[in-house]
Design a protein around this ligand. Structure first.
Ligand SMILES: C[S@@+](CC[C@H](N)C(=O)[O-])C[C@H]1O[C@@H](n2cnc3c(N)ncnc32)[C@H](O)[C@@H]1O
Length: 218
């Protein structure tokens, strides 16, 4: 049976525990996460979207052993650790579960295993990664992860705020990362922009916007 006719992994199995643990962990990330660009209340955790996309795009290996190995490659292993916490002046031990390995945990999105997934997805679609359409894209978690997995993503949303967030998340960083642009003088001189104008630069998702009163830095 050709690869793209075989049942997908998500029809048979899913790394639910790992995706849940890594989603909860990601919710506490305060630096570098797209959620710090703008609050979009319905935004799904990137870990859950990455897991759902991989499991939807890759075929089920067809054997219990192959399935176990693939699930572990996606979500890693669940391990427990004992943490000490202060509760009401007393130190208590709390047993916490977390994942080890896999590509779902925040920080693992650039792990070398992601190259393996990108290659496997291409193979599953005859050598070219498929196009992914999210017609209700909201804050863009699904198309962002689809792009990370090497797919061409199309994101649609009826809400203009979501539309702008999608532009800022999916399109502008690719087009403009590393470029430095001056703010126009009217913005620098405007009292409403006063706070922004006082800062030397604002960094958003790899895009540097300089506030230097109309002069670009090299
Ligand atoms: C649950 S949210 C999507 C959340 C998204 N998966 C994320 O991670 O941020 C559903 C989105 O569908 C959009 N929506 C609702 N009706 C729509 C329509 N008819 N056409 C396009 N988008 C629509 C809403 O504006 C909202 O942003």
């Amino acid at each position: 049976m050709p690869d793209n006719d075989r049942p997908r992994l998500i029809e048979v199995a899913f790394p639910l525990k790992q995706a849940s643990l890594d989603s909860v962990h990601e919710k506490n990330v305060r630096h570098g996460h797209m959620s710090t660009l703008h609050i979009w209340p319905a935004r799904r955790p990137l870990a859950a979207c990455r897991a759902a996309l991989i499991a939807t795009l890759l075929p089920d290996p067809g054997t219990p052993q192959g399935r176990k190995e693939l699930l572990e490659r996606i979500g890693g292993k669940v391990v427990t650790e004992v943490q000490k916490r202060k509760v009401g002046g007393k130190t208590v031990e709390v047993v916490k579960e977390r994942t080890e390995g896999g590509v779902l945990r925040w920080g693992n999105e650039n792990s070398p295993d992601m190259d393996w997934f990108r290659e496997e997805i291409k193979k599953a679609y005859g050598g070219r990664a498929p196009r992914v359409l999210d017609p209700f894209a909201g804050g863009g978690a699904i198309p962002l992860e689809a792009m990370r997995l090497g797919c061409e993503a199309t994101a649609i949303d009826i809400n203009p705020v979501a539309w702008f967030l999608l532009k800022c998340t999916l399109e502008y960083p690719q087009k403009l990362a590393g470029q430095v642009r001056p703010l126009p003088n009217f913005a620098v001189e405007s009292p409403e922009f006063g706070l922004v104008a006082k800062c030397s630069e604002t960094r958003l998702a790899g895009l540097t916007v300089c506030c230097l009163g109309g002069e670009a830095t090299p």
